[in-house]
Write a protein of this length. Structure first.
Length: 337
């Protein structure tokens, strides 16, 4: 007797690509993941093996998709280092903590676009403070693409010739976040124009419990530059956190009265904090791609894959994802500081 035809069930959406967090904060859940293992279980280098696929997002417009197909033409020739034999090329991306909310969607969107272009690529994300990411590179890790939260961070690379800058992924403004019940909360608002601080704000900050990023971290450098320009001493006894999301968590949980973070981090916290824009220059996020000079590089599919992903971060679809999250747009070019 013939068997009834099998009816396929509904397709399942693919999960967002795995994001490894070295030292980060999930603000919505208010849980710190400080000390979480680095990529590959904490050892420097490239993680091995497969990982879950990313969720579907918007595909590239037709012309951008055609351009991506040209960029990725060499990727299908063979696996890059770190990919299983015969598997898809893998791109290892080191991204700063302030990309916590966009790194996964960016990786997922790129994977979908690459697959649509006929050259599938896997993107693995490693999140951490810029100082931690650079330290991992100096300890032997070899990310294909490195994005830091300011121009100064790459200056600490021990082998700067191993990476070349191709542009700026985004810019991000500095804001002061305060608890929703503090006296300054009523006058706060991310849409307000940045302006010099009032005497009231400076007097309040001088007595407040303030959280800062550590001075070697980009958000710490930006905050220090702002406080040094003020006529009164601010944050003399401030806590020093390893990354911007830890600062945000301190304020959102009430452990600090105020903290210096980026515009996008304040937006991610929602009603847990109120934000006051500051008159400070924005931080730029340089995009650096590994030069391909090393014992694991053969000038083949790995070079093509990382170059294509790095340049995609500067293109229309990635820029749309970043600006939707509150970042200011970036673009090609720029000189590393």
């Amino acid at each position: 007797m013939p068997q009834p035809a099998h009816e396929p069930g509904p397709s399942r959406p693919r999960p967002v690509p795995e994001v490894h967090r070295n030292a980060c904060t999930d603000v919505r859940r208010m849980t710190l993941c400080e000390g979480a293992p680095a990529v590959g279980g904490g050892a420097p280098g490239r993680p091995r093996g497969r990982r879950p696929r990313g969720a579907r997002t918007r595909l590239l417009p037709l012309l951008a998709l055609a351009g991506l197909m040209v960029q990725l033409a060499g990727c299908a020739a063979g696996p890059t280092d770190g990919s299983p034999a015969g598997g898809e090329p893998e791109v290892l991306w080191f991204a700063p903590s302030s990309f916590a909310d966009v790194a996964g969607p960016l990786a997922a969107a790129y994977e979908d676009a690459a697959r649509a272009a006929g050259a599938p690529v896997e993107v693995t994300v490693n999140l951490g403070s810029s100082a931690q990411l650079v330290q991992q590179v100096n300890s032997g890790a070899a990310p294909d693409v490195l994005v830091t939260a300011d121009d100064q961070a790459p200056g600490a690379l021990q082998r700067p010739e191993a990476y070349r800058r191709i542009g700026t992924a985004a810019e991000n403004g500095l804001v002061l976040v305060v608890g929703p019940d503090t006296p300054l909360a009523a006058s706060a608002g991310a849409e307000a124009p940045a302006a010099p601080p009032t005497t009231e704000l400076l007097d309040w900050l001088a007595e407040a419990r303030v959280a800062l990023c550590a001075p070697e971290v980009p958000c710490g450098r930006a905050a220090q530059s702002w406080t040094d320009r003020q006529p009164v001493e601010i944050a003399a006894d401030a806590t020093q956190e390893s990354n911007v999301r830890a600062v945000l968590a301190k304020v959102a949980s009430g452990q600090a009265d105020a903290g210096f973070v980026y515009t996008t981090d304040a937006a991610a916290a929602g009603d847990a904090v109120a934000a006051l824009p500051l008159d400070a220059p924005p931080n730029r996020y340089p995009v650096l791609v590994r030069s391909g000079e090393g014992e694991d590089d053969d000038g083949g599919s790995g070079d093509h894959a990382r170059e294509a992903f790095a340049r995609w971060l500067l293109d229309e679809q990635a820029q749309s994802i970043l600006t939707d999250a509150g970042f200011e747009p970036g673009g090609p070019g720029g000189v590393a500081g």
